[in-house]
Write a new protein. Structure first.
Lengths: 319, 442
């Protein structure tokens, strides 16, 4: 009876009795969700254009953040103003990520054209190890402090604490989605990307270069990885566990669909809010540490009813 | 006839072969083998590297300065585990028979690996040094003859933290009604202090709030919402790796007073506080040794290794908390080897002899002076029964302005009665489960 009360009544009573705390939990869940979405976005971009699940997306975020901090460290002794160092380092990191996309397309993807998707997936698995090793060799394994001047203070609004860094992340994610939406719908390259996503063969037949599209998509995914790396790295320092944030993106993708950018955002928000509310208000039932598995459980429940996710494409293959 | 000769020849050859790897009483080893299970890669590398460097530098310094131990060089065999228990076991199997001496001692540097290696090293008679981590009840040397966990266990440390909190609150009686939260890595390691803290909570009337954080701990918002909601008076943390950095940052974000936030000694390195910058000011952590590089042995390392370009890492990182911890592992291992040679009157020693060496470790102030480590830590004495060594524990505080840890408490004696009782209880259960007859210690 006590258990049922703790499961079915107490949490809701707490939400009503502690409205400020409930709002704070909700806001923090949304903010965490935005950060998950940032990682999921990179997966969606590549999956949309090539049908490949890029296992290396988490490591790309790590590699981008490592490169950024490494370049900032290199530029620091120059005596340039901090803002200029940050801008130059970010610009250089974007160039590095574009170069990386070129190398990946040339050395990994091109030789595997027309191979089974599972082979491409395995290639990205190998790529994640190569990138991790390369990051280690180039920039070392130490924890690196990433300070690009993002606000780190906390707003106290009638007892509700909101971290400025989280709000910044939300703005960054929102802007990124807006830019990507314009890019995909209004530009020629964007339309080509959508054509490739819809049908590779048809896109090829009208003269769209698959190789060029892959380079563009991997470059954009690299830039998204950089944004995710900056946001996560600013919180924990840049270190190798950063690559594990990819695990957080998986339930988001299952929920939102592998091919939908709005799906990645909405999925992230649902997972973020869901796990925080359950972890905090149902604590007396489970005893804590449910954040990781709850997200997957929620995704599994969705899978049962909508296997393609909330916004994913329904694929019907006729026998 | 030919067959008989052949059989005889094979028999003689077999005899030679079977005795070839057993050192003769007169033989002198070229080197002692000391494996070092390291994690220089992977998610926990930032912590693994300084520990591995401190360990390697100390033995290399002994090799350069003294020609090793008793004239025999020490071959530190590094094996990469990436903080993975399976790889650690593989490393152990690959290194245990290396060299003429075989592995003289193993440092697994992971509680998970420790649990996996306890039966193996016991069977192979190779001492397992788990410096301030691992299985707490292994402090009972009668049940765990080859496992050593000096200078203190997690249980001892938990009692020291409660004593420290009581000191700050004006006495043990003032703990009544207080709320203490434990934020812990949701693993065997993180759960180690729970039993002790629960016992202490029942005894002293404080409320204990348990807040697990799943590996790796990159995202902990829900945990810190719980802290906001529960409003504990004090926070303890048993974390590792990125969990520490995120926790300190989250604590700062909810404006939890840093001088009421104490991390276990694995949550108290420079790596843990650096990402939080000024927000980590005042953060506390347990320690088993003094911080800093102002010790003769470290000067010797600079002189004999770094000045010649032979150091394991960056010179500027000598004296960091985790570097000093790796150094302490090496000091204890070297001391155990020295003792083993003394006790057995020969340099032809194996792991089982080094076990005796560990059980003869008695490091008082004079011994630390001899080792160029005056003031490094309080005395420890390991015996056959007591593998914890009765070390004392202090609390250190971080100051981001100076970038230094400072010891801010006395060296506090753990609540031995309580810890010993729990150790006896747990080790007796382990002995019963595994059909172990506790050995006699005379």
């Amino acid at each position: 009876m006590e258990f049922l009360h703790a499961l079915l009544i107490q949490p809701f009573a707490d939400m009503v009795m502690e409205p400020a705390f409930f709002i704070e939990t909700l806001v923090k869940g949304l903010m965490a969700g935005v950060l998950y979405s940032l990682v999921a976005l990179g997966f969606v971009l590549i999956f949309k254009a090539s049908g490949v699940f890029n296992f290396a997306q988490g490591v790309m975020a790590l590699f981008a953040a490592l490169t950024l901090t490494g370049l900032m460290e290199l530029l620091e002794p120059s005596g340039m103003p901090k803002a200029l160092i940050v801008i130059l380092a970010i610009a250089a990191t974007i160039v590095v990520m574009i170069l990386l996309a070129l190398i990946i397309e040339r050395l990994v993807l091109r030789p595997l054209v027309n191979q089974e998707l599972i082979i491409l997936f395995m290639a990205t698995l190998g790529l994640s190890y190569v990138l991790e090793g390369a990051g280690d060799l180039l920039w070392g394994s130490d924890v690196k402090v990433l300070d690009i001047g993002l606000p780190t203070d906390v707003w106290d609004i009638n007892g509700v604490f909101i971290e400025q860094l989280d709000v910044t992340a939300a703005i960054a994610a929102g802007s990124l989605v807006a830019v990507l939406a314009v890019f995909f719908t209004k530009t020629r390259i964007g339309r080509a990307l959508r054509a490739v996503a819809d049908d590779h063969q048809a896109a090829l037949s009208v003269g769209i270069s698959l190789q060029q599209i892959w380079v563009i998509v991997w470059s954009v995914a690299g830039i998204v990885a950089l944004v995710a790396g900056i946001m996560w790295g600013s919180k924990s320092g840049v270190q190798f566990s950063l690559s594990l944030i990819a695990l957080k993106a998986l339930p988001v993708l299952i929920l939102g669909g592998f091919t939908s950018i709005p799906g990645a955002i909405i999925g992230g928000l649902i997972i973020g809010v869901g796990e925080k509310i359950v972890e905090v208000f149902w604590y007396s039932v489970h005893g804590g540490a449910v954040e990781n598995w709850f997200a997957f459980m929620l995704a599994l429940v969705f899978l049962m009813f909508r296997p393609q996710g909330l916004f994913g494409d329904k694929i019907i293959e006729r026998v | 006839m030919k067959l008989t000769r052949l059989a005889l020849a094979l028999g003689v050859a077999g005899l030679f072969a079977s005795t070839a790897d057993v050192p003769s009483a007169q033989a002198k080893y070229d080197a002692f083998t000391v494996p070092s299970l390291v994690y220089r890669t992977g998610a926990y590398a930032p912590n693994g590297i300084p520990v591995a460097n401190g360990f390697l530098d100390y033995f290399n310094m002994l090799n350069e300065r003294d020609g090793g131990i008793e004239g025999i060089k020490v071959n530190v065999l590094e094996c990469e585990t990436a903080y993975n228990t399976k790889q650690a076991v593989e490393c152990y199997e690959n290194t245990k028979n290396e060299g003429q001496s075989g592995a003289l001692a193993i440092n697994p540097r992971s509680t998970g690996a420790t649990y996996a290696l306890i039966p193996k090293t016991t069977e192979d008679k190779i001492p397992l040094l788990t410096l301030g981590y691992g299985r707490t009840s292994a402090a009972n040397g009668k049940v765990f003859p080859y496992i050593f966990n000096p200078p203190g266990t997690y249980w001892s440390q938990a009692t020291v933290f409660i004593k420290y909190i009581a000191q700050q609150e004006g006495g043990m009686e003032n703990l009544k009604g207080k709320k203490i939260a434990l934020v812990y890595h949701n693993s065997a390691y993180g759960k180690e202090p729970i039993k002790t803290l629960e016992t202490l909570a029942a005894k002293h009337g404080f409320e204990l709030m348990l807040l697990p954080v799943d590996h790796p701990g990159q995202e902990q918002k829900a945990t810190w919402l719980q802290v906001r909601r529960g409003k504990p008076d004090w926070l303890l943390m048993w974390g590792w790796g990125v969990m520490n950095q995120v926790a300190i940052k989250e604590a700062a974000a909810i404006r939890f007073p840093m001088d009421k936030f104490i991390g276990v000694w694995w949550s108290g390195s420079e790596n843990d506080v650096a990402p939080s910058g000024p927000a980590a000011k005042g953060y506390l952590a347990g320690t088993m040794h003094a911080p800093g590089s102002n010790f003769g042995a470290l000067e010797e390392i600079r002189k004999h290794l770094y000045a010649k370009g032979k150091g394991a890492g960056e010179e500027s990182r000598i004296g960091e908390v985790l570097y000093n911890r790796g150094l302490l592992e090496a000091v204890l291992t070297a001391e155990a080897i020295r003792n083993a040679i003394k006790i057995h009157g020969t340099t032809d020693i194996r792991g089982e002899h080094v076990r005796d060496g560990f059980e003869a470790i008695k490091l008082d102030d004079a011994a630390f002076k001899r080792l160029d480590l005056e003031g490094f830590m309080p005395p420890i004495e390991i015996t056959c029964e007591n593998h914890e060594g009765n070390g004392k524990i202090a609390v250190q505080q971080w100051d981001p302005d100076t970038g230094k840890w400072t010891v801010v408490s006395d060296w506090i004696e753990p609540m031995r009665d309580l810890v010993n009782e729990l150790v006896s209880e747990d080790s007796a259960a382990f002995a019963a489960e595994n059909n172990i007859t506790p050995r006699q210690c005379n």
